[in-house]
Design a protein around this ligand. Sequence first.
Ligand SMILES: Cc1ncc(COP(=O)(O)O)c(C=O)c1O
Length: 433
Amino acid sequence: MTRDTGLADTVVLDLLGLHGSLGSPVIESMNFLNEVSSRFPDAVSFAAGRPYEGFFDIEEVHRYLRVYRDHLMERLGDEVLVRRTMLQYGRTKGVIHDLVARNLLLDEGIDVDPESIVVTVGCQEALYLTVRALRRDGRDALLSVFPCYVGVAGAAALADMPLLPVVGSPEGIDLDDLVAAVHRARADGMRPRALYVVADFANPSGVSLGRATRERLLALAGELDLLILEDNPYGLFHGEEERAPTLKALDPGGRVVYLGSFAKTGIPGARVGYVVADQRAGNGLLADQLAKIKSMLTVNTSPIAQAVIGGKLLANGCSLRAANARETRVYQGNLRHMLDGLRERFPPESRVSWNTPEGGFFVVLDVPFPADDELLEHSAREHRVLWTPMHHFYGDGLPRPQIRLSFSHLTPDEITIGLDRLARFVARRCEAP
Ligand SMILES: Cc1ncc(COP(=O)(O)O)c(C=O)c1O
């Protein structure tokens, strides 16, 4: 069907004739959250969960490329091969898999065969590949701790896979609810294939699973015959306290598919992530099956982007823990500043409360009114402060009396200004009839 616009005939497509996910609020969320900050550039944004930009340095990108090139030259001993590796189409599973494996061993105590790693275009592609592979037919479902990262809800929607909620708790996950959700799904004729969980400083809740909960979850996954998709972009950003090992490091039986991202620990614009899929599938590994899907989706992860991240890994002895010491100090300082600032501005009688994560990028605030996108726009326009309504992490559009505050990309002064504005907004809102 065409319509005369005065300039040219334009084809008009009925949204109902396109993929079902395109009408879903889940898919709208990512764009909405990215776009709202750009519409109010003078607002302080507690909405965007972006890494801190203060240490971005383009010269470092050049240095990392050189470090990686020299490393390849040493390994391959032939300039033609070096140029081909960095500039030509390449191996579908990626070219820095050996460096990623070393990084996992050093920083997380995860010991895996480099062949089980697929280097992806961000963690988001890793999520999609995994969910796509696990969906055989309409009975397959994915479980996720709720509220959940919008990217997993989006990946499930794109793969036509129902996302079944498991109740989150102050311990990270309500394990009784996990058992009930699996039994309920099976009674309804569904096949729950895997549970998605961010065990360290989750997005949006900021909550982490303690070691005992991790061990119990792994045991339950075995009893329930579930895979676990462990997504860990924030694990390195913690304080002095000891962190529990990742689920993957504690996993004796290959239940855990591990999803990694260099967006927070490497360079976000490089768009490099990975999946460790060391489960056996067919004659090879699950990673080989994921690579087949990748070969028809993005073909390769840009070898130039991999070279930059590979160079950063090599320049830091393959450990990103020490390489992120400055960033960790910023995030920890911002977290303390945020929690102190909330305490100063919201006494108990304000009916505002919040959780107190020990790391990561996010804090969740309970407020005495439902918070929706309209209220966010009002807050941005009238008070010049942005935050994220929590309904985005439930995917149902139902306003809840909760907001997510991100502090990762701000300076302490900006946090102070933002919290002053937030306190005024909340006070006005509480006065409103
Ligand atoms: C839990 C979680 N997983 C994955 C990602 C995205 O990773 P990437 O940028 O590597 O696609 C994010 C980014 O915000 C996230 O919060």
